[in-house]
Design a binder for this molecule. Structure first.
Ligand code: PGA
Length: 249
């Protein structure tokens, strides 16, 4: 049985008091699905979020980290800093990090290794751009992202990896991959993992879909056999919407 996950990526939204309010609103929601729920507030609000959700099943996770253990990297945050405030999961490879901060697959390979070395789990994001899909290159692009950023890992490492397929053309655009497009790509991703690591690893890795998941489309996307949950941006900023998505699993 694969773990079902719904993770909210708050991106650069919510100041200190807004974070508090949203966490209170989330805590008041009732969960009727068995999905594991994660939220990723911005760095400055992580300690207060961890404290507020100490006795909750909602896990607080980070949006990014640096690949070095420590050192002269002004403005950056390390895995051990996150660990020291009880953060054990980090999102890596989000398309906004790739597009606006020039993160490459080679950087991400180092970040993934660094996270695992610090006993952190990783939600690894990847996905093709619109031009790739228009030119039928989406599978080749996704395969090369997986190969270049993750295929240095051992099979056992995949116990700590969650994959998040996020077609760039669907992020924050209101345009969603159809449930069939999501299923086709998730099946391809699982096949790609199986070809390198075998069926056992491929069958047990959770693959989330991300890109304009909303209360109105979540259930149909999540009903697909290879879709194990979602990484939610915009709709994770409203407690009601987020929990409607959580309970759609
Ligand atoms: P969105 O963002 O739900 O706002 O499209 C998804 C993401 O960036 O993870």
């Amino acid at each position: 049985m694969r773990t079902k996950i719904v993770a909210g990526n708050w991106k650069m939204n919510m100041n200190f008091s807004e974070t508090k309010d949203l966490i209170n609103a989330l805590s008041a929601q009732s969960q009727t699905s068995d999905a594991k729920v994660m939220i990723a507030p911005t760095y400055t609000n992580l300690p207060s979020a961890v404290e507020a959700l100490e006795n909750s099943s909602i896990e607080v996770i980070a949006q990014n980290m640096h690949f070095a253990e420590n050192g002269a990297y002004t403005g950056e945050i390390s895995a051990s800093m996150l660990k020291s405030i009880d953060i054990s999961t980090v999102i890596l490879g989000h398309s906004e990090r790739r597009a606006y901060f020039n993160e490459t697959d080679a950087d991400l390979a180092k970040k993934v290794s660094q996270a695992l070395a610090n006993e952190m789990a990783v939600v690894f994001c990847f996905g093709e751009e619109l031009e790739d899909r228009k030119s039928s290159q989406e599978e080749a692009v996704v395969k090369s992202q997986l190969k270049n950023a993750l295929f240095h890992l051992e099979a056992d490492d995949f116990k700590h990896i969650v994959l998040a397929y996020e077609p760039v053309w669907a992020i924050g655009t209101g345009e969603t991959a159809s449930p069939e497009q999501a299923q086709d790509m998730h099946a391809f991703i699982r096949k790609t993992i199986a070809s390198k690591y075998g069926d056992e690893v491929a069958d047990s890795v959770s693959i989330l879909y991300g890109g304009s998941v909303k209360p109105g489309n979540a259930q149909e996307i999540f009903s697909k056999p290879d879709v194990d949950g979602g990484l939610i941006g915009g709709a994770s900023l409203k407690a009601d919407d987020f929990f409607t998505i959580v309970n759609a699993i």
